[in-house]
Design a protein around this ligand. Structure first.
Ligand code: COA
Length: 162
C-alpha cells in the first residue's frame, strides 16, 4: 500500500541556491520509508542502504511536497522501499516529479538481529513491475557490495575506510 506525506515548504527549508535543501528531503524520505517498512514487517527496522537517489528538478518556497512510499519487494529479512517526491505549486496545482530513491530496510528481532518478514504478493501490473525491478536492483546492489568487500579484504584496509 502506498503511504503519502504532505510537507509545505517554507523559506527555512532553502539551501544557498534558494531551492529546497536536499538533505531535508532525504531525511523525510527515510522517515516515511521506515514507516512503510515497519508496517510491512511489524518490527523495528533499520536502513541498510539507500541507492538510486535522483534529484530530477528543484523545489522552491511555496511548493507543497508530496512524499509517497511503497514496499516493492521483501526477501528473507530485508525489503526494498521505493519513495518518490512530487512538488506541487500550491496555487496552480501544477506538479513536478522532483526526487526518487530506493532504500533497503532490515527488520530486527528483540536481540537486534535480522528477523524474517512476510513476502510481498504483487497483484496489479504496476505492483508486478515494481517487484521484478526490485529484484534487478537487489542483484546489482549485493554484487556491488560484495565486490567492494572483496577488494578491501585483498588490500587489508577495511578498518581504515568508510
Ligand atoms: C543492516 C544490518 C542490520 C545488516 O546486518 P548484517 O549482519 O549484515 O545482516 P545479514 O548479512 O544477515 O543481512 C541481513 C539482510 O540485510 C541485507 N543487507 C545487508 N547489507 C545490505 C546492504 N548494504 N544493502 C542492501 N541489503 C543489505 C542482506 O541482503 C540480508 O537481506 P535478506 O535476509 O533479505 O537476504 C547491519 O549492517 C546494521 O545494523 N547496519 C546499521 C543500520 C543503521 O544503523 N542504519 C541507520 C539508522 S536506521
Amino acid at each position: 500500500m502506498v503511504r503519502e506525506h504532505i510537507y509545505k515548504v517554507f523559506p527555512n527549508d532553502m539551501n544557498a541556491n534558494a531551492t529546497v535543501f536536499g538533505g531535508m528531503i532525504m531525511a523525510t524520505m527515510d522517515r516515511i520509508s521506515l514507516v512503510v517498512a515497519e508496517r510491512h514487517s511489524g518490527r523495528v527496522c533499520v536502513t541498510a542502504s539507500v541507492d538510486d537517489v535522483h534529484f530530477m528538478a528543484p523545489a522552491r518556497t511555496g511548493d507543497t511536497l508530496i512524499f509517497s512510499a511503497v514496499c516493492n519487494r521483501a526477501w528473507d529479512t530485508s525489503m526494498e522501499i521505493g519513495c518518490r517526491v512530487i512538488a506541487e505549486d500550491s496555487y496552480t496545482r501544477r506538479r513536478r516529479h522532483v526526487v526518487s530513491a530506493y532504500s533497503t530496510f532490515v527488520a530486527l528481532d528483540d536481540d537486534h538481529k535480522p528477523a524474517r518478514i512476510p513476502p510481498i504478493a504483487p497483484e496489479t501490473g504496476q505492483e508486478q513491475d515494481r517487484f521484478e525491478e526490485a529484484g534487478l536492483r537487489r542483484e546489482t546492489r549485493l554484487e556491488h557490495a560484495a565486490r567492494i568487500r572483496a577488494r578491501r579484504s585483498e588490500h587489508h584496509d577495511d578498518a581504515e575506510r568508510d
